[in-house]
Structure formats: structure tokens, C-alpha cells
Design a protein around this ligand. Structure first.
Ligand SMILES: NC(=O)c1ccc[n+]([C@@H]2O[C@H](COP(=O)([O-])OP(=O)(O)OC[C@H]3O[C@@H](n4cnc5c(N)ncnc54)[C@H](OP(=O)(O)O)[C@@H]3O)[C@@H](O)[C@H]2O)c1
Length: 254
């Protein structure tokens, strides 16, 4: 175990995909990790099992995001989980990772779909951060997961792109506000990572190869490719970096 001994981390959407990878890596580095999920408690329990098998510490918290009272419900479960674990109250590392995607060009997205993706991808991280900051110790870390879609145009997922653009503005603005507390706020912007989110987009070998070819390394990213960067941003090594957007796309679109 490493640098994060004695610290508590909360990773939203840690039941699967990138969030699972980040939760596992932060636990490997010594943090006690709250593994958040929305509905897939079986997958969340698997994440915790993997962490414990590797000698780490974690507990699950379930809370649907994008609904009224979501942040309150999440932190109520978080506080209970810490207490049940016999851990001291408070938070050191918050990773806003949970999100949904939405296919559709500008003429296809309905107002209801737009409201839903903004509620999950933008409003929830905003208020999860607001509630998280009431618990965060000075010197804490906030890591927001955005996407390559904020700097490369993907018209076929326009609402998703809009929802992530706001997250990056949240990072920039909050970083200025929280400097006096020694809290850093940064964005990770992954390219295509092999997770459930894009399974339909790479259903055939040809489609998979086309997505892989977007990176100069000619492969899709893996959750660990993102998790290792999150671990750096969570660590003391990144103390002089704040308000930044880190491109983690394997050199896509160079
Ligand atoms: N995969 C990519 O290529 C890619 C690229 C760029 C950026 N990203 C970003 O990376 C992050 C993780 O993506 P991923 O590919 O790992 O996604 P994923 O495999 O689809 O997993 C999504 C996670 O978010 C949770 N979640 C989704 N909607 C939720 C809701 N309404 N309430 C509570 N939890 C919810 C899910 O919980 P349940 O298991 O309970 O459903 C799951 O843990 C997202 O912010 C995504 O936008 C992904």
C-alpha cells in the first residue's frame, strides 16, 4: 500500500468500467474507498471483493444520481458506511465519474432526454461536490471525469458533449475557489475506453478496429489507463496542478 494510507476516497459509478478501475487503484494505494453505484449492486459488490482480495479496504454505497435528493442520499449512505467501517468522518478524495451516454444529433434529442443527461452528468456532480466539500479535509482532491468530446466534435452525441463541457467549467472555477484550502480540482478527459458504455459501438471486429485506430497506439484504452492518472491526481505528487484538463486519449486525434 502506498501514499493514500489513512485517506478516504469516494468514487461515483465505481461498480463498473473506469470507476471500478479508479476505485481499485486508489485502494491499492492505501485509501479506504467508498464504491458508489446506481442500480447494479452485484457489480459494486464485485468491485469491493476485488479490492479486499488485493488487501485493500472498501465499502459500497448505492444512490441513484439524476433524481431529486440524490446528493443527500449518496452522502447519507457514505456517512453510514464510514461509521459502520469504524473510520473517522470526512473525505479526502472525490472522483465524479458516474455518467450516462446519449446517442443523437441536434434534431433527434428530446427535451426529456436532454434534462436527464444534464441531471446525471452535470447537475449530480455539481451537488455531489457541494455536499462533498462539507466533509472534505483541507488538502483534498476533486477529480472530474469528462471526455474527449469537449475538444473534438462528435455531433452524434451532442447532448453528452454539452453535459461534459459544463463539468470542465466546474473544474476550472472550483479550482480557484478551493486553492486557499489546498484542495486541487482537475479533469481527466479519456478517449475511447473499453467499457459497457461503448459496447454497442464496437460490436463488430471492424467497428472495434476503427475505434482502436483513433489512438496512435492502435488500441482502445483500458480502465487502468485512466485509473493510473487518477491515482497521480489523488496523490501528493500532483499538489502543484489544479484547474487542469488532462487528455488521456492515447494520442487520439493528433
Ligand atoms: N468509456 C469511454 O469510452 C469513456 C470515454 C470518455 C469518458 N468516459 C467517462 O468515463 C466515466 C465512466 O464511464 P464508463 O465507460 O466506465 O461507464 P460505464 O461502464 O457505463 O459505467 C457507468 C457507471 O456509472 C454508474 N451510473 C450511471 N448512471 C448512474 C445514475 N443515474 N446513478 C448512479 N450511478 C450511475 C453506473 O452504475 P450501475 O453499475 O449501478 O449502473 C456505473 O458504475 C463517465 O463519466 C464517462 O462519461 C468514458
Amino acid at each position: 500500500m502506498g501514499d493514500l494510507n489513512g485517506k478516504t476516497a469516494l468514487v461515483t459509478g465505481a461498480s463498473r468500467g473506469i470507476g471500478r478501475g479508479i476505485a481499485q487503484r486508489l485502494a491499492q494505494d492505501g485509501a479506504l474507498v467508498a464504491v458508489h453505484y446506481g442500480s447494479n449492486d452485484i457489480a459494486a459488490k464485485e468491485t469491493v471483493e476485488h479490492i479486499r482480495e488485493a488487501g485493500g479496504q472498501a465499502f459500497i454505497i448505492g444512490a441513484e444520481l439524476g433524481v431529486p435528493g440524490d446528493a443527500e442520499a449518496l452522502f447519507s449512505a457514505f456517512d453510514d458506511g464510514l461509521a459502520a467501517h469504524g473510520a473517522r468522518a470526512g473525505l479526502d478524495i472525490l472522483v465524479n465519474n458516474a455518467a450516462i451516454s446519449l446517442p443523437g444529433h441536434i434534431d433527434e434529442v428530446t427535451p426529456e432526454e436532454f434534462d436527464r443527461i444534464l441531471a446525471v452528468n452535470t447537475k449530480a456532480p455539481f451537488f455531489v461536490t457541494q455536499h462533498g466539500l462539507r466533509r472534505m479535509r483541507d488538502g483534498g482532491r476533486i477529480i472530474n471525469i469528462s471526455s474527449a468530446v469537449t475538444t473534438t466534435a462528435f455531433p452524434s452525441t451532442i447532448a453528452y458533449g454539452v453535459s461534459k463541457g459544463a463539468v470542465e467549467t466546474l473544474t476550472l472555477t472550483l479550482a480557484k475557489d478551493l486553492g486557499e484550502r489546498g484542495i486541487t480540482v482537475n479533469t481527466i478527459a479519456p478517449g475511447f475506453i473499453e467499457t459497457d458504455m461503448n459496447a454497442a459501438m464496437r460490436a463488430t471486429p471492424e467497428a472495434h478496429a476503427a475505434l482502436a485506430a483513433i489512438s496512435v497506439f492502435n488500441r482502445l484504452g483500458r480502465p487502468a489507463d485512466v485509473a493510473d492518472v487518477a491515482a497521480f491526481l489523488a496523490s501528493d505528487d500532483s499538489r502543484w496542478i489544479t484547474g487542469q484538463r488532462i487528455d488521456v486519449t492515447g494520442g487520439s486525434m493528433l
